[in-house]
Design a protein. Sequence first.
Length: 279
Amino acid sequence: MKHLEHNQEFRLNEILFENRNKAYGAYVLRTESDRILTKAFFIGVGLLAAVSIIPTVISAFQSTETQIVENPIPTGLIDVDIPLDPPAEVLPPQTVTPPPPSVKQYDATVVTPTRNADESNIVKDIPDDAIAGVKNDFTAPPATPNIHIPVASDSGPGTVVPPRVVPPTVVKDPNEIETELSVGAKFEGGIDAFRNKVMNKFDVSAFQDEASVSTTVTFIVERDGTISGIKTNGKDASFNAEAIRTINAVKGKWEPGKNKKGESVRSYFKFPITMKFDN
């Protein structure tokens, strides 16, 4: 019966679309309407079944988790054999070593380094059987009975190391004049420039009657490049005084000498002056 209806509907569609474009959408929809409806029916039934099964699956998982959590904890007494500690070993009493009759000691106190430190109490020849102490006692009296005097340090195992004696720190005098220089003091522009300035400022009018006169000028070049402590050793007092006046009158700065460490220091500088006149 259904096949017959399908054939009649097919013939009706052929009559309606005779001499027309069958590729038109209405022809395709009419011929495939049964197949599309059947496919939609099964898809709808499948979705409905899936929706109805989901709550059942969820409840099944929840019941499984509840059973796992709610497992009863077994109660009861469990017999466990706990080993008892073995009895403590009783050690025999240790033998006490009797104290020695006497102990020698030496003064190991480290004195604070000072400039004028007293080194008279420092002992260099220390007996081998003496221990570090607070005084020099190389002829100790016999020890009192029942008093233990250690012959070595009880602070720990090992050899007792004698204390290290720190040498006193030598404080250098800031006014000391250095004699061992790596670089000597020099005048700016060189020694020739200094000599020319001295000769230009030296007043020779009072000494022209003499054939020759000389002196050696000695002064200190300070760390800041100034000079001080000018002295002369000539035989003519007037010539010495003129030499000191001339050195003070020379304008210019000196570069201080340097010690072996490269530090600027105070140092001596000698400058001989000799003049000859043709009478």
